[in-house]
Design a protein around this ligand. Structure first.
Ligand SMILES: Cc1cc2nc3c(=O)[nH]c(=O)nc-3n(C[C@H](O)[C@H](O)[C@H](O)COP(=O)(O)OP(=O)(O)OC[C@H]3O[C@@H](n4cnc5c(N)ncnc54)[C@H](O)[C@@H]3O)c2cc1C
Length: 397
């Protein structure tokens, strides 16, 4: 059993590292972990786009796409190396993990017509436009197929009405991938269509949703008589569930979560070893050493599980329950880590960065809160457990 990357893969890792060293401002990667990258900081956003466009000229942003649509034919293992280095160097991921790059573009590449591919894929591959995913609704999340947004057939257009929710970055997106009901009488998985919507169309309005960290990242999106050209239908009418499933399956890569947790853990250990401004937290509760040792083990397991998903994909073997195992483990581990850091820091973990009592730059409370969403977005832990029981253990249900 070989647990090493090949020499060629390590050479590629070095190339990514060299690029990032040259492009990131001095000291950038040494700064601590920052998870509020989509928090509306315009300067950071502009920097993220410039950097993404430089990567786009190398084809790195869409490297896993088919070669004819701007891909480089990377295997999932090269993608893992790239994600690891991007996360390690704390590169803002806007544009790089944008819904267009990670999910919608590859869906268009599989299910779109030649005209659709020519219209949308170059903009995504060049990091020129942002995209959002308009799937969840107030009454359709885990049970997405019960969605109620309708699209009425009206000559050359569909007329869309409904409400979407939790739409990340929709207020910054030029395009949205929308699931809507085109046949209200069909069984629920059958009457759904997948449309690409221009987010500046008349009839679209947003209500910002401020998240638990005080960051504007989500939206409620209202669609009132929005006219969408029929040429924006991806795949066949009423068979959008299958295109939607392609988009959702592409969401499942968890190496980033494993690396983020490792970076945070390393930062925490440095603070604890240095005595955190004279506050020796472990002296107050020596049992926490054991919990931190457990997390060190968890981190290794999390990384191996994420590698396994990429390895299966690189063998042409689409992972089924394995990606659920990885998501469940990485997500819950990130939350255990955040919880233990809070216990370890005590009151010092609860203050914000401007406080004179802040340790870890006041990030402990922010990371504790941010990580709550990890076991909800992209399929909750309960749904992952159901998938593992059904597909992995053959327990039906
Ligand atoms: C960070 C983040 C980003 C997101 N971005 C987007 C986005 O860009 N676009 C988008 O469309 N959506 C987005 N979402 C929404 C996300 O897809 C939904 O929150 C998720 O699918 C869960 O749906 P829900 O919130 O409606 O919860 P529900 O489905 O109502 O679930 C509520 C609770 O019931 C449990 N539950 C539900 N069904 C079952 C079952 N069958 N068995 C056992 N337990 C069950 C769930 O696990 C959960 O604990 C995002 C969410 C997060 C956290």
């Amino acid at each position: 059993m070989e647990f090493r990357f090949t020499e060629q893969q390590e050479r590629f890792r070095k190339e990514v590292q060299d690029f990032l060293k040259a492009e990131l401002p001095p000291g950038w990667s040494e700064g601590g972990l920052d998870l509020d990258e989509d928090g509306g900081d315009d300067a950071k956003d502009a920097f993220a786009q410039t950097l993404a466009q430089k990567m786009a000229t190398r084809g790195w942003i869409t490297a896993r796409w088919p070669i004819e649509y701007g891909g480089l034919g990377w295997t999932p293992l090269e993608q893992v190396i790239f994600s690891e280095e991007m996360t390690r160097h704390k590169v803002p991921r806007t544009y790089i993990t944008d819904a267009g790059v990670s999910n919608v573009g590859p869906t268009i590449a599989v299910h779109g017509t030649d005209e659709q591919k020519a219209s949308w894929l170059p903009g995504i591959a060049g990091a020129k436009e942002r995209w959002c995913q308009l799937f969840s609704e107030p009454n359709a999340g885990s049970d997405l197929a019960s969605l109620q947004t309708t699209a009425r057939d009206d000559g050359d257009v569909f007329v869309v009405n409904g409400v979407k929710i939790w739409s990340s970055g929709a207020h910054k997106a030029k395009w949205g991938a929308l699931l809507c009901r085109t046949d209200p009488d069909a069984p629920k998985h059958r009457g759904i269509s997948y449309l690409i919507v221009d987010m500046t169309s008349p009839g679209i309005t947003f209500a910002p949703i401020i998240n638990i960290c005080d960051v504007y990242s989500f939206n409620q999106v209202f669609l009132d008589d929005v006219r969408v050209p029929k040429s924006n239908l991806i795949g066949e009418q009423n068979r959008g569930w299958y295109s939607g499933t392609t988009t959702l399956n592409l969401e499942r890569s968890f190496i980033r979560h494993a690396i983020i947790s490792q970076l945070y853990f390393d930062e925490v250990l440095t603070v604890l070893r240095d005595g955190a401004d004279g506050h020796n937290m472990l002296d107050r509760n020596p049992a926490l050493r054991h919990k931190l040792a457990d997390i060190a083990v968890d981190l290794r397991v999390a990384r191996l599980l994420a590698y396994r998903v990429a390895w299966l994909q690189s063998q042409g073997d689409p992972p089924s329950y394995e990606s659920s195992v990885s998501k469940l483990y990485c997500g819950e581990m990130a939350q255990r880590l955040a919880q233990i850091v809070m216990e370890t820091l005590g009151q010092y973990g609860q203050v914000k960065k401007d406080s004179k009592f802040a340790v870890l730059r006041g990030k402990a409370q922010q990371i504790y809160l941010t990580q709550r969403g990890i076991t909800i977005g992209g399929g909750t832990s309960e749904i992952q457990r159901s998938l593992i029981a059904r597909r992995g253990l053959g327990l039906g249900g």
